[in-house]
Write a protein that binds this ligand. Structure first.
Ligand code: TRP
Ligand code: SF4
Length: 366
């Protein structure tokens, strides 16, 4: 069988993170590890959403730049590869701001006010004034980030799912107002079997196709206090934590409250340390944990040291890779990636400007 002349292009994915500081195991399991795997099969665009950081940190932006470098180093450490993925910085690709402005024109206020994280974040971050236009527009900026690359999928965790749904709705509305190649075939093929096909073909041909969520299956990952691992709880284990720090953090981790004394049996299914074992330990270790905990044959200190062993093993290659990059490397890679991203983004913007009939400047050279 002869090879096809042009291999079919890989489906495209786009995703990003806000630069909140050094990444932790929760970020890794919830997103990054999955992105690394996607690099084999997809045309990948991964970025750092520094403009999104500004929506909550505008009063003190001093940490955004240093955090961006840290996140980039963590991306590289985790195995994102600038030869296989376009790794870039949102604010270096000005097309994000242009598409954001265009999409803002058609985004109904009601849609934005109804986004669940809008009220939630305002309540959680009550010490910050988030009654701003920029913060309300967060999901519109996110829609621009995504639609700019005309992707097939957006790999995100469950917490971002509602945002991607809204992105789809904004894309649909854009395509309705600014269709490419004529109006939607409302009556095309009245036959109930044909009509959906006709509409699907029309939709796939539009300027901003609706991308699908690629949900990252994420295991329950507790932090040291037993709650979900999260920077805002201060209970994280960082990808860059050295071994002694990991061991120390594990030592203070909460356990099954039923094991008050060493002789009390416990249950790994009710213990955050048990949850870590489930994610990171081998079946052999797991078996020792279940037996030893339920029979009070092992102590929690021993059990935690095994969990620490498993974590250290996962972190070792990540930290080795991190050590092979300098901050200057990270900045260079971001710069080069941003140029590549901008070239791709501009292709979409040419289509967008045409569809919106905003072409006078390009035609007449004004
Ligand atoms: N809102 C995302 C977060 O808080 C970050 C983000 C911004 C994003 N733009 C995006 C994620 C586009 C995926 C696609 O983590
Ligand atoms: Fe948790 Fe391990 Fe202690 Fe059991 S032995 S309670 S699983 S730390």
């Amino acid at each position: 069988m002869p090879e096809p002349a042009t291999p079919s292009p890989c489906p495209r994915v786009v995703s990003g993170m806000r630069p909140t500081g050094k990444l932790h195991l929760g970020n890794y399991m919830g997103a990054l590890a999955n992105w690394v795997k996607l690099q084999d099969r997809y045309d990948c665009y991964f970025f750092i959403a520094d403009w999104h950081a500004l929506t909550t940190d505008y009063a003190d932006p001093s940490q955004i730049a240093p955090n961006t470098v840290e996140v980039m180093l963590d991306y590289l450490a985790a195995g994102l590869d600038p030869d296989r993925s376009v790794l870039f910085l949102q604010s270096r690709v000005k097309q994000h701001s242009e598409l954001f402005l265009d999409l803002a024109m058609i985004s109904p206020l009601g849609w934005l006010e109804r986004v669940p994280s809008y009220k939630e974040m305002q309540e959680n971050l009550a010490h910050k004034d988030l009654t701003t236009y920029g913060f309300l527009g967060y999901p519109v900026l996110m829609a621009a980030d995504i639609l700019l690359y005309q992707p097939d999928f957006v790999p995100v965790g469950q917490d971002q799912q509602a945002h991607v749904e809204l992105t789809r709705e904004i894309a649909r509305r854009f395509n309705f107002f600014f269709p490419s190649g004529g109006r939607k075939p409302r009556d095309a093929g009245k036959h109930p079997d044909i009509r959906p096909v006709a509409i699907a073909m029309w939709e796939a041909d539009q300027v901003l196709p609706e991308p699908k969520v690629l949900l990252t299956p994420s295991p329950k990952l507790p932090g040291t206090d037993g709650r979900k691992m999260s920077k805002s709880y201060g209970n994280t284990i960082l990808l860059s934590d050295p071994e002694p720090v990991v061991r120390q953090k594990l030592k203070t981790m909460v356990t099954d409250p039923a094991r008050v004394r060493r002789t009390d049996p416990g249950d790994p299914d009710k213990c955050p340390v048990g949850d870590l074992h489930k994610v990171f330990s081998t079946p052999e270790t797991m078996a020792k944990v279940y037996d030893g905990c339920r029979s009070a044959g092992i102590g929690c200190i021993e059990c935690k040291s095994w969990a620490a062993d498993s974590l250290v093993k996962i972190l070792e290659p990540i930290q080795q890779r991190r050590a092979s990059f300098t901050e200057d490397h990270a900045k260079e890679i971001l710069k080069a990636g941003s140029l590549r991203a901008a070239a791709r983004a501009e292709q979409t913007m040419i289509e967008v400007r045409n569809a919106m009939q905003m072409t006078l400047t390009t035609v007449s050279g004004i």
